[in-house]
Design a protein around this ligand. Structure first.
Ligand code: OGA
Ligand code: NM2
Ligand code: ZN
Ligand code: ZN
Length: 391
């Protein structure tokens, strides 16, 4: 691929923009003020930090350039401003800054793939060692977590520390009130229902956080030597779409009425966490945002008119009925060395009660990574693997 060059450059001072044609067929309009704001000279732009050092306070939104010329065989244009300041822009760079049609970020706004029971025995798998060694594989895994929201990592060492090793290929573990790596096993005076052998209904972790952890890693070090301890997974996006279609009234409540979540106690810290949000959230432009649900941490107090309580319970009940539809459920009993990895605000997970013949024989280690850093790693990997350019 050759670097793009300009084939035409005309000015329109009444609209205050240049119309520029590039030899790849693209024609775009570039407002004068935007060009001045994005001058790449060393006075206006600090190259080692990739950050703007000029300020809008010094910018004239109505600025009109004195003159312009194409240089370097049309690969660059130079603009001369009324105060004598000069800016140079490459056709290549301008070609990548397209107004209005600037596409969604390929990493954080992917085409989401909904799923249900067909993922039984079909959850995408990755090999632990390969993820640590092979960037292409690491990218694929993060991409699956972004689009499908679930993957099983296999053949990790059957000892503590695997979640941290994996997380550090991406970024680092998120520390929470339960620590950075937490041990899921049946404990005396458990600080959380997860630390017993009782069944856990389908849930998202840490619903009482406003900044809910993005990706969850659950590493099976020892599976129950008795019965149970099997995990369930459900695609919350799939559940939300079914409710939207079939129960519009419940959907309305579930997407608008805040539910209170809280967690009190003592673990890594002494804590009293509380927040409230709707169970189902889509953005203003109707993109999937997040699901928050966890019976164990639903607060007793409800911030809603008392007349609405029964209606709200009915909506939450519908959410549960749809979530537990057999065709939506994926079951998987982790074997030692497997790490369940999933989008914590999309994929709900649960586990069946378990028995062990000796105390503590089931042991999972868990940890979280946040999406901001995972997306960042994906962009960096794309630059390395696919030659994506920084803007
Ligand atoms: C948890 C959890 C699942 C399991 O600890 O939050 O969901 O299989 N554990 O124990
Ligand atoms: N643990 C495993 O959100 C929850 O309280 C679920 C979280 C204790 C970190 C369990
Ligand atoms: Zn400049
Ligand atoms: Zn959990």
């Amino acid at each position: 691929m050759t670097t793009p060059s300009f084939v035409s450059l005309t000015r329109d001072d009444s609209a205050r923009w240049y119309r520029m044609g590039v030899d790849n067929g693209y024609e775009g309009r570039y407002p004068y003020v935007w060009l001045r704001d994005n001058c790449r000279c060393s006075q206006c732009y600090h190259s080692s930090s990739w950050q703007r050092s000029s300020k809008v306070g010094d910018l004239d939104p109505d600025v009109i350039p004195s003159s312009e010329e194409l240089i370097d065989d049309g690969r660059f244009m130079r603009v001369i401003w009324p105060d004598g300041h000069r800016s140079e822009f490459s056709a290549d760079w301008l070609n990548r800054q397209r107004f209005s049609e600037s596409e969604k970020d390929v990493v954080s706004s992917p085409e989401l793939q909904r799923w249900g029971g067909e993922l039984n025995r079909n959850i995408p798998t990755f090999a632990f060692k390969k993820l640590l060694q092979d960037d292409q594989e690491l990218y694929k895994w993060l991409n699956v977590l972004t689009t499908k929201g679930i993957a099983i990592v296999q053949d990790a060492p059957q000892e503590k520390g695997a979640c941290q090793q994996l997380a550090e290929k991406v970024a680092y573990l998120k520390t929470t009130i339960y620590g950075d790596q937490f041990q899921v096993s049946s404990k005396h005076d458990a600080s959380n229902l997860a630390y017993t052998n009782i069944a856990l209904g389908l849930h998202t972790d840490l619903p009482y956080y406003n900044y809910t952890p993005g990706i969850q890693l659950l590493h099976c070090i020892v599976q129950a030597n008795g019965t149970g301890g099997e995990n369930q997974f459900v695609d919350g996006l799939n559940v939300a779409e079914q409710i939207r279609r079939e129960f519009p009234d419940a959907y309305k409540l579930l997407t608008t009425q805040n539910v209170n979540f809280r967690d009190v106690g003592e673990d890594f810290q002494t804590y009293h966490m509380q927040t409230s949000k709707p169970i189902i959230e889509f953005t203003k432009s109707d993109d999937f945002d997040r699901i928050t649900y966890n019976d164990t941490a639903r607060a007793p107090y409800m911030t809603l008119p008392v007349e609405k309580v029964t209606e709200m319970y009915n909506a939450i009940k519908i959410f549960n009925q749809v979530m537990y539809r057999p065709e939506n459920l994926v079951l998987h009993r982790l074997v030692a060395g497997e790490i369940a990895t999933f989008h914590n605000s999309r994929v709900l997970h649960g586990r069946s009660a378990f028995t062990v013949t000796k105390v503590g024989s089931r042991h999972l280690e868990g940890g979280y990574i946040d999406w901001d850093e995972a997306y960042s790693r994906m962009r960096v990997l794309r630059e390395k693997l696919f030659g994506d350019k920084r803007l």
